[in-house]
Write a protein that binds this ligand. Structure first.
Ligand code: COA
Ligand code: MG
Length: 296
C-alpha cells in the first residue's frame, strides 16, 4: 500500500562536482534538490577534483531549502567506495545511485553507507538512497530492487542509458519509453517512493520541456531531473498541483465529510459521482501540495 509522499522532489538539478561556479549558482535556485555529480557529468580525469569540490561544497555552501544529493559512480566502475569515503563526511542528505541494476548492488551501497555513518558519528539511517533505473535488467528485477534497502526513497528514470542499453530508438515524443516510464511509476507508487522522470537535454526549448513535464505528471511522476537553471521553475510549477486542482480537492474533502455525516458512501459533486477512490486522489493532491509548500 503506497504511503503519502512527504518530501517534494520536483526538480532535481545536476551540477558537475568539479564546477565551483555552477555549484554556487545552483545553491541559489530554490530547486527541491541539487545533485552534486561525480558520474557522467564529470570527465574521468576530473573525478578526484570533483570529490574534493563536493566535500567542500557540502561543508561550506548554504543550499537553503534544497536537498543535497551526491551522484556517485557506479559500483561496477570501481569508484563508488572511494566516492562515498570522500563525500560522506559532508553529510549529504541522499546518495543517488546510478546503474542500480540489481538488489545486490543496492545492498552493497547500503552497507557501505551504514558503515560510514557509524564511523563518522552520523545518525544511523539519516542518508537516503535514490536509485537510477537505467537498464533492461533493472526493470526485470525492479520489485526486488525496491525492497533491497530501507533507505530507498525514490526512483529516477535514466532514459539515455536505458536506450543505449536496450537499443530502443529515442524519438522526440518519447512514445518508445512509455512502457518503461509507467513501469517505474507503478513500482514507485507501490512502495511509496518519489518517481522522477527523464532529463530533457534541450534546455533552450522550454515549450517542449513544459509538454514533457505535463506528460510525465499525467503518467504519475512526482518530479523530473533537470540540467540547466532555466528548467527549474517550469518543472517545479508543473509538478505542483495547480490552485484550481487544490480548490477542487478541498471541495471533495469537505463534501465527503458532509456525506459521511449523512451516511452516504457515494455522492454527487458538480454533476459527477464521488466515491472513495476520488476522495483518496483528493487526499494525495493535497499531500503533494503540502509537500511542495503550496498550502499549509
Ligand atoms: N547548475 C548550475 N548552474 C548552471 C548549470 C547547472 N547545471 N547549467 C548552467 N548553469 C549556469 C551557468 O554557469 C551560467 O551561469 P553564469 O553565466 O553565471 O556562469 C548560467 O547558468 C547560464 O548557463 P548557459 O550559458 O546557458 O549554459 P552553459 O553553457 O554554461 O552550460 C551545460 C550548459 C549543458 C554544459 C550545463 O547546463 C551543465 O553542465 N549542465 C549539467 C550537465 C550534467 O551534469 N549532466 C550530467 C547529468 S545528465
Ligand atoms: Mg545514466
Amino acid at each position: 500500500m503506497a504511503g503519502l509522499i512527504s518530501r517534494a522532489r520536483r526538480a532535481l538539478m545536476y551540477v558537475p562536482g568539479n564546477d565551483e561556479r555552477k555549484i554556487t549558482k545552483a545553491a541559489g535556485l530554490n530547486a527541491d534538490g541539487i545533485i552534486l555529480d561525480l558520474e557522467d557529468g564529470v570527465s574521468a580525469n576530473r573525478k578526484d577534483e570533483a570529490r574534493e569540490g563536493i566535500l567542500k561544497a557540502l561543508q561550506e555552501v548554504n543550499f537553503g531549502r534544497s536537498e543535497r544529493l551526491v551522484r556517485i559512480n557506479s559500483l561496477a566502475s570501481g569508484r563508488a567506495t572511494g566516492d562515498l569515503l570522500a563525500v560522506m563526511p559532508g553529510k549529504p542528505d541522499a546518495i543517488l545511485v546510478p546503474k542500480a541494476d540489481s538488489a545486490a548492488i543496492v545492498q552493497e551501497i547500503d552497507s557501505l553507507i551504514t558503515e560510514m555513518e557509524r564511523d563518522l558519528d552520523i545518525e544511523s539511517g539519516r542518508t537516503a538512497i535514490i536509485l537510477t533505473i537505467e537498464s533492461a535488467r533493472a526493470f526485470l528485477d525492479l520489485q526486488e530492487i525496491c525492497r533491497s534497502s530501507q533507505r530507498v526513497e525514490g526512483l529516477v528514470f535514466g532514459a539515455e542509458d536505458f536506450t543505449a542499453d536496450t537499443g530502443i530508438t529515442r524519438t522526440l515524443d518519447a512514445r518508445e519509453l512509455l512502457y518503461a516510464r509507467s513501469q517505474l511509476v507503478m513500482h514507485a507508487a507501490a512502495f511509496g517512493f518519489n518517481a522522477i522522470d527523464m532529463v530533457q537535454t534541450n534546455y533552450s526549448d522550454l515549450a517542449l520541456l513544459e509538454r514533457e513535464c505535463r506528460e510525465g505528471s499525467e503518467l504519475g511522476f512526482t518530479g523530473k531531473q533537470v540540467i540547466h537553471p532555466a528548467q527549474v521553475e517550469i518543472v517545479q510549477a508543473a509538478f505542483t498541483p495547480s490552485a484550481k486542482l487544490i480548490e477542487y480537492a478541498r471541495r471533495v474533502m469537505e463534501a465527503a465529510r458532509e456525506a459521511m455525516k449523512e451516511g452516504k458512501g457515494a455522492f454527487s459533486l458538480d454533476g459527477q459521482m464521488v466515491d472513495t477512490p476520488v476522495i483518496k486522489r483528493a487526499e494525495k493532491i493535497l499531500a503533494r501540495a503540502r509537500a511542495a509548500g503550496a498550502i499549509e
